[in-house]
Design a protein around this ligand. Structure first.
Ligand code: PLP
Length: 392
């Protein structure tokens, strides 16, 4: 039967990984895939992670099954990191296979219960969002995430979408460090977003993958926490893969938030059931590492220091880009005030291709640039290359 399956287009971003690996030019620069890289182009294992791994090797008593929830203490510790002590008591969580796994289970939850719900996405958004929800059978609707001036969150477009939505629909919001634009709602706007959703009986689904890559671990969670303060229920998909540098270990959690304990129990039972039919139980190692770090004040302090250093370097890169000659014309004028790893440049396919062929600079096909992989000393060369392809 294989031959009657539909042909699949190659994922343009994943194809770039191969193209970059086989490019022989010295000084080639990969700004496409969303991983942090140091000045030598490496994605090192964080020191706190190595220390936690040493402990696990030494002390782990068993590798027997844990069950579909995965590591329960991991989900508790992560809940506190994400929601803060104040709100974490109103949430329950399970470990998932990365943030993507959490989003998939969230999509399954939204499709369960015999209620037909749509999911609303502000676009542009992470390239996996639309196919993921569509694959789960949820009707997808979109509205513009970015305002007409191109510099801020489009609250008007969001509020118009809220009016068009049917009660019970869900709205996906990225908690901070928006992928691909770097543009987040400002603090005061989060409460307005929450109130608008609550007034119309709509469900917030928050995708949090870049906590700590904007203004700080606590600061980046504040808007989302303000929103949670004014809604009765929410679902939060958390990824630890950027924040702990654990990418291939696939660490994440699904948190369900609300006031009704019986409702939360039902949500968890359903989430568990969805996981059981899919991968049964999540892989342990990465979550055990995160739990070991968050459960130990010393390791947690080392991790925070490392994350702070990554963020400070990223912010210095953003400031240098915004201060470079012709920054506004290149679409870089606003990047210093944005958060997360990415910015989205107004480049067409031919310009992206010229950056690659002439300058060995790889950016995503839609013009998304991973600033967390751009060394400070190469900012000048990058903006010159950009001017060459964009302003000629
Ligand atoms: N959400 C957003 C916005 C992302 O950018 C990503 C990864 O790039 C994810 C979720 C999922 O990440 P992972 O499945 O690696 O945890």
């Amino acid at each position: 039967f294989f031959s009657c399956l539909d042909a699949q287009k190659p994922d343009p971003l994943l194809s770039l990984i191969e193209a970059f690996a086989s490019d022989q030019r010295p000084g080639k620069l990969d700004l496409s895939v969303g991983v942090y890289r140091d000045d030598h182009g490496r994605t090192p294992v964080m020191r706190a992670v190595k220390l936690a791994e040493e402990r696990l090797v030494r002390d782990q008593p068993s590798k027997s099954y844990l069950g579909p929830d995965g590591d329960r203490r991991f989900a508790e510790c992560l809940g506190e990191l994400v929601l803060g002590r104040g709100l974490s008591g109103q949430a329950r969580g399970i470990q998932t296979v990365g943030g993507t796994g959490a989003l998939s289970i969230a999509a399954g939850l939204l499709g369960a219960g015999g209620v037909s719900r749509k999911i609303w996405l502000g676009t542009p958004t992470w390239s996996n969002h639309l196919p993921l929800f569509a694959a789960a059978g949820l009707p997808v609707r979109t509205y513009s995430h970015v305002d007409e001036q191109g510099g801020g969150f489009a609250l008007d477009a969001f509020l118009a979408a809220v009016q068009q939505a049917s009660p019970g629909d869900a709205f996906l919001l990225q908690g901070c460090g928006h992928n691909p634009t770097g543009i987040d709602p400002d603090i005061a706007t989060w409460t307005k977003i929450g109130r608008a959703l609550a007034d119309r009986g709509l469900i917030p689904l928050i995708d949090l993958a870049y906590q700590g890559f904007g203004a700080g671990v606590e600061e980046d969670a504040r808007g989302m926490r303000d929103l949670l303060g004014v809604v009765p229920e929410a679902v939060i998909a958390v990824s630890c893969n950027k924040t702990f540098g654990l990418y291939r270990d696939r660490v994440g959690a699904l948190l369900c938030y609300g006031n009704d304990a019986a409702g939360l129990d039902l949500a968890m039972a359903n989430a568990r059931g969805i996981a059981r039919c899919s991968y049964s139980m999540p892989p342990d190692h990465g979550a055990a590492v995160v739990r070991t770090i968050l459960d130990d004040a010393g390791l947690a302090a080392i991790w925070r220091e490392e994350l702070d250093a990554m963020r400070n370097r990223l912010r210095a890169t953003r400031r240098a880009l915004a201060a470079s000659p012709g920054a506004d014309a290149l679409g870089l004028g606003g990047v210093a005030g944005q958060g997360g790893m990415f910015c989205l440049l107004p480049l067409d396919g031919a310009q992206v291709e010229r950056l690659r062929s002439r300058f060995a600079i790889f950016v995503a096909p839609d013009g998304r640039v991973n600033l967390a992989a751009l060394p400070l000393e190469r900012v000048g060369a990058f903006t010159e290359a950009l001017a060459d392809v964009a302003l000629r």
